[in-house]
Design a protein around this ligand. Structure first.
Ligand code: BTN
Length: 249
């Protein structure tokens, strides 16, 4: 595969670029193909949530990675790292990754990632990056506050930077991805709670302590156990921290 960006299919309005990209991937288009849109009517977020953005003010990108191999095991971490690097190449911002794959700037969500995959054939890497959304244009009922890149950056400029960073990070060796994640880890040392698998009854809160080699979140539970939480299995809340810092969900 030779980078991301060509061929490109752009829609002025579509339901979801991920949906379009999935159809293209299933039809066998080459890896590196991207789908973008000015506006989505049914943008998808993680865990069945909706993703919405005012027309033309966010980068709405779905990139097809094909084939998908065991070497891509850390793809969910590599993608937000690529977004961080792209954004920092465009604007004086410091980006962090909130496991598994949100991008945060100063405790606010800048970008979200939704990866849908059919191994070993393909993965659709969906990225929603707020580029020029004004604070009063975000929905008031967001689970956590959001922010934009700003600084006069355009969605096309963001697209170019993200595609180029993505090409590098998607193929990066696992040790580099883990090291970079650790440098950008927004949760390490913070008190978190979770719902779902990842421990026995009663193990549902603790302190985040980085990631393991498979990209699971490592936590030390309040009972003193060291646990690995898989992103497909748990829902995190930062509720205890949120009591002290209302800026987080
Ligand atoms: C999340 O934070 O929940 C993930 C949001 C991912 C949104 C992007 S926008 C482009 C692509 N198309 C979609 O329908 N979703 C992703």
């Amino acid at each position: 595969m030779d980078g991301f960006g060509a061929p490109r299919r752009h829609y002025r309005v579509t339901n979801s670029t991920n949906e379009c990209a999935r159809e293209l991937a299933a039809a066998g288009v080459p890896g590196g193909t991207i789908v973008t849109a000015t506006e989505q009517t049914a943008g998808r977020g993680r865990r069945g949530r909706r993703w919405s953005a005012p027309a033309g003010k966010a980068l709405l990108l779905s990139a097809i990675l094909s084939p998908l191999s065991a070497e891509h095991v850390l793809l969910p971490l590599a993608v937000p790292i690529a977004v961080c690097e792209a954004v920092e190449s465009l604007a004086p911002l410091e980006c962090r990754v909130k496991w598994p794959n949100d991008v945060w700037v100063e405790e606010r969500k800048l970008a979200g990632v939704l990866i849908e995959a059919q191994p070993p054939d393909w993965a659709v890497i969906g990225i929603g990056l707020n580029v020029s959304i004004e604070p009063d244009e975000f929905p008031t009922d967001l689970r956590q506050p959001a922010t934009s890149v700003g600084h006069g950056v355009s969605t096309e400029g963001a697209l170019e930077a993200v595609c180029s960073a993505l090409a590098r990070w998607v193929e990066a060796p696992a040790d580099r991805v883990v090291a970079e994640f650790e440098a950008r880890d927004a949760l390490r040392g913070r008190e978190i709670s979770w719902i779902g698998a990842g421990g026995q009854e009663g193990d549902s809160s603790g302190v985040a302590d980085g990631i393991d080699e498979r990209g699971n979140l490592v936590v030390v539970s309040d009972q003193g156990k060291r646990l690995s939480l898989g992103s497909g299995e748990v829902t995190l809340t930062l509720d205890r921290a949120a009591r002290e810092d209302p800026a987080i969900e």
